[in-house]
Design a protein around this ligand. Structure first.
Ligand code: FAD
Length: 527
């Protein structure tokens, strides 16, 4: 079966018994649970009301990290819980990089210092960060002088600095990583659908336990109902809404904070080294990160009301530009900003009584699996991208032990190579791109986006008339990719392609618009 809505609906129709596990939400968390569950042998259905990773999971800072700031907080506050969280995330970092090498890679980051004390302080901090990673450490951190820093980041304003510390974390293509997890789950037997919104639950009249999910296909308008044993609520910032659909008596547990990013052309930040600004005037952390042919600057951290697709505010753009310019020799202005986006962090409100009163920066970004004793709804709350796999494992352990009342099975996701992550036959690849006259730009794009599956994409483009031609001479995208994305990656509208499958509109609004203008007719055949 292909990863297309037609095939997935057929899979559901052909299914004669109830589903073991229905997952609501197709971001990082839901995707992780779907893969873990199907690999444990369960019959799984996942529904997502928009596109996969359409909300928070495609709007992150794209770091695979333990969190230097969280380690600092853990040490300062002697907080064992937070220390454990950093430890867990640091070990997951390596797993994420290994399981989808085309979508995640190591990233060098520089922390500037302004005194000898800073160098000692950050030097010890990064040394500890390396030690906690243990055998999964990517590369040891090291102290650098101003000249060495200039060589790494030619546009860095080093005046007034006393050197810095170079350390390593990971960077991921978040939207495609979520897709790869979902494609893997589908390949293993799960049914996966986007643009299907949970409308309500069917409860047992006696016990008020969930027996069915009712969902609406937002494309056809059709209503569907599916029987299931367990429902997992993995809706990130929307978690409380689903919890209250299952049981109105449940009190809200989530708090939302908004994080804005701006994107600038790479000319403003040459080299491949990122900068961590460890303390802004208002006590935040801001990153300047090379991101494909661009540089990503972010993020902010402000309490917010829950919204779909929140837009960046002028003051957020000004704030991030100001910080970029403080550290860059070539200054950027508003006109240079090629794009901006905001994500909403699903933060677990630890102290229920404090709901919506405390400062979001001090909330622990860990996760919790909750089982509502009446409806048996399982909600996975909080967490971060880097720990999606551990969150899924914890969720499935709770599902098995506390809801299905079975022995906990082993989790198989740690060494599972995700869709597209298999090793490419380099000789075959070189032969194919040469024979088909694919430019280096397009070849790089295909490998970075599709990994091993790039061979299948080329095959598809070759079969389609004009499929190997470029959409525009300045861009790497091939004409034939559009139908590939529609038929094999469940891209249902132009936003799915431009914001997530390719991600170009997230990096550069003008280039996204250029593709829109050229492919207006082709996109009209989408929904
Ligand atoms: C600004 C920002 C920067 C971040 N940076 C990093 C980082 O660098 N590294 C890191 O590790 N983490 C980072 N995070 C955290 C990470 O992005 C999130 O923890 C993670 O993406 C949350 O994934 P999720 O699946 O829980 O939520 P989401 O991605 O929001 O997914 C939930 C999904 O549920 C769907 N849904 C809601 N209601 C329904 C319904 N009724 N029916 C069907 N579907 C429904 C939504 O459409 C949504 O797609 C960042 C977060 C933010 C906001």
């Amino acid at each position: 079966m292909a990863f297309s809505r037609i095939d997935q609906f057929q899979k559901i129709k052909a299914n004669e018994s109830e589903y073991d596990i229905c997952i609501i939400g197709g971001g990082a968390t839901g995707a992780g649970v779907a893969l873990d569950a199907v690999l444990r042998g369960y019959k799984v259905l996942l529904i997502e009301k928009g596109d996969f990773a359409g909300q928070t999971s495609s709007k992150s800072t794209k770091l695979v990290h333990g969190g230097v700031r969280y380690l600092e907080q853990a040490v300062r506050n002697v907080d064992w819980q937070q220390f454990k969280m950093v430890y867990k995330a640091l070990h997951e970092r390596k797993v994420m990089l290994q399981n989808a090498p085309h979508l995640a890679h190591p990233l060098a980051l520089l922390t500037p210092c302004y005194s000898w004390w800073d160098r000692v302080y950050y030097g010890i901090g990064m040394w500890l960060y390396d030690r906690i990673s243990g055998v999964t450490n990517l590369k040891n951190s090291q102290g650098l002088g101003n000249q060495q820093m200039e060589r790494l980041v030619p546009n860095l304003q080093v005046k007034g600095m006393s050197g810095g510390i170079l350390y390593y974390d990971g960077q991921l293509n978040d939207a495609r990583y979520a897709l790869a997890i979902l494609q893997s789950a589908e390949k293993e037997g799960a049914a996966i659908l986007n643009y299907c919104e949970l409308s309500h639950f069917g409860l047992s009249p006696k016990s008020l336990k969930i027996k069915k999910i009712h969902f609406k296909d937002l494309i056809s308008g059709e209503e569907h109902e599916v029987s299931c044993k367990v429902v997992v609520n993995a809706t990130g910032p929307f978690t409380d809404h689903i919890r209250q659909l299952a049981n109105l008596k449940l009190k809200p547990r989530m708090k939302v904070s908004r994080g804005a990013h701006i994107v600038l052309p790479k000319t403003f930040w040459s080299g491949e080294t990122a900068l961590l600004i460890p303390k802004t005037d208002d006590g935040r952390v801001v990153f300047i990160i090379p991101w494909r042919d661009y540089v990503l600057v972010g993020t902010t951290d402000e309490p917010d009301e829950l919204k779909e697709d929140p837009a960046i505010r002028a003051e957020e753009e000004d704030y991030l530009l100001d910080y970029f310019n403080r550290f860059a020799l070539i200054k950027a202005s508003k006109q240079d900003v090629s794009s901006g986006f905001v994500g909403q962090r699903p933060l677990l409100q630890v102290g229920l009584s404090d709901a919506m009163q405390s400062d979001t920066k001090s909330l622990v970004r860990d996760h919790e699996v909750e089982v509502d004793q009446r409806s048996k709804l399982v909600s996975i709350m909080g967490g971060k991208w880097t720990t999606y796999r551990v969150m899924a494992e914890d969720t499935m352990n709770v599902v098995e032990e506390d809801v299905l009342h079975r022995h906990k099975q082993s989790c198989h996701t740690k060494d599972y190579v995700l869709f597209g992550g298999d090793k490419m036959d380099e000789a075959l690849w070189s032969q194919r791109i040469k024979a088909l006259h694919i430019s280096e730009l397009s070849a790089n794009h295909l490998r970075k986006i599709y990994g091993f599956t790039a061979l299948k994409v080329l095959e598809h483009c070759e079969r389609e008339k004009g499929g190997l031609e470029l959409i525009h001479s300045s861009l790497p995208y091939l004409q034939g990719e559009l139908n590939y994305l529609k038929n094999y990656e469940m891209a249902e509208c132009w936003e799915d392609i431009l914001y997530r499958r390719w991600g170009i509109s997230l990096r550069d609004q003008a280039k996204g618009q250029l593709i829109m203008d050229i492919k207006k007719e082709a996109f009209a055949s989408f929904h």
